[in-house]
Ligand binder design. Structure first.
Ligand SMILES: *Cc1c(COP(=O)(O)O)cnc(C)c1O
Length: 354
């Protein structure tokens, strides 16, 4: 038997997550991973690097709880929110028996976390306006053994925010049966849309967050799960013993200081205004057929010929994210909002394609 044949069948058959880094591409301006255009500076203290860290460093839990308006016992910190997605699947789904539910087009990690853990995923297409299709979800819940439902708000890549009354209908139906996860990786770009306020009302609601996007710390790998302490306790049975390195804890704690939260909010205000200006100009381009309404630091555009735009942009050094092959997103490209000068340059280039 070859080494590959020794591997689990599901791993042999798996297509791993196509992250921006994995897809690669060499350019000058990277607008393909929804990262912050700005890199922040932090000082480190190496005096305890010989010791293992706390599994859940208290100062981070306290700082994030205060920022998010929850209690520290409602917070788990993990190696990015991607780790939290995997933990939710492993903790609540019996492989080969239970399923997760997703509404594509959405973030790709939910189905991959399911696949790597031997858990099936049920796809329920969203409605015309990219909201969860409630009757179709209820039907899927009746016909399967769904344990975790994943919703992304603002949704990557469409930018759509889930409506509260729709989430409430789903929460009412799933009480005592399944967890409802709302992935709020981009919520800082539209903070008033958070569903955190429903946590105390619904014990089976989970909100995931990250420092990777608005906080500008994708390289840090630090994410958060907000949920009832009972859910947090179960996830902490499954998490690795030392997920948060000491330097990560130091940077995360500093990033969550009052001053740095204010700095983050100032950057968000600036990026949102760059985004609004950029989308306004894109609407004027003759070969742009649709500009999705967005609540995040990216915008999804539909073109008459996205392949041409994507390839020409790449040749010119702009690395964008192609969604042409995803359901309902024919000819769509997602563009991360970069700095003012990056977006002005890209706009200039797009105008030249006309
Ligand atoms: C980027 C992203 C994440 C990943 O966050 P990490 O904390 O960097 O793992 C999670 N969810 C969505 C929707 C994202 O776009």
């Amino acid at each position: 038997m070859s080494i590959t044949e020794l591997a689990c069948k599901r791993v042999q058959e798996l297509t791993p997550y196509q992250s921006a880094r994995r897809i690669g591409g060499n350019g000058r301006i990277y607008l393909n991973a929804n990262e912050s255009p700005e890199c922040l500076h932090f000082d480190l203290d190496s005096s305890t690097y010989n010791r293992y860290p706390e599994c859940q460093p208290e100062e981070i839990l306290n700082a994030y709880a205060e920022y998010a308006g929850v209690k520290a016992e409602q917070v788990m910190v993990s190696r990015g929110s991607d780790e939290a997605i995997g933990l939710l699947v492993r903790t609540f789904c019996e492989p080969g028996k239970d399923q997760i539910l997703i509404c594509p087009p959405t973030y790709g990690m939910y189905s991959i976390a399911a696949e790597t853990n031997g858990v099936d995923f049920i796809k329920v297409a969203p409605t015309e306006d990219f909201q969860p299709d409630v009757p179709a979800i209820f039907k899927a819940l009746e016909e399967n053994s769904i344990k975790v439902l994943f919703f992304c708000s603002p949704n990557n890549p469409t930018g759509t925010v889930i409506k509260e009354e729709i989430l409430r209908q789903i929460l009412e139906k799933t009480q005592g049966k399944a967890l409802v996860v709302v992935d709020e990786a981009y919520i800082e770009f539209s903070p008033e849309m958070t569903m955190v306020k429903l946590l105390n009302e619904y014990k089976h609601l989970v909100v995931t967050r990250t420092l990777s996007k608005a906080f500008g710390l994708a390289g840090l790998r630090c994410g958060f799960t907000l949920a009832d302490p009972e859910i947090i306790g179960l996830l902490l049975k499954v998490i690795d013993p030392y997920p948060i390195c000491v330097p990560v804890a130091q940077v995360a704690t500093s990033a969550l200081s009052k001053e740095n939260i204010q700095n983050m909010q100032n950057r968000v205000t600036e990026l949102n205004s760059i985004r609004d200006e950029f989308t306004k100009e894109c609407k004027k381009l003759s070969y742009v057929t649709e500009v999705f309404d967005t609540n995040a630091n990216y915008v999804l555009l539909r073109f008459t010929d996205s392949e041409k735009v994507f390839n020409e942009a790449k040749k010119a050094g702009y690395i964008l994210r192609d969604f042409n092959d995803k359901p309902r997103l024919k000819n769509c490209i997602r563009i991360t909002v970069g700095s003012a000068s990056e977006m002005a340059e890209l706009l200039n280039f797009l105008k030249g394609l006309n």
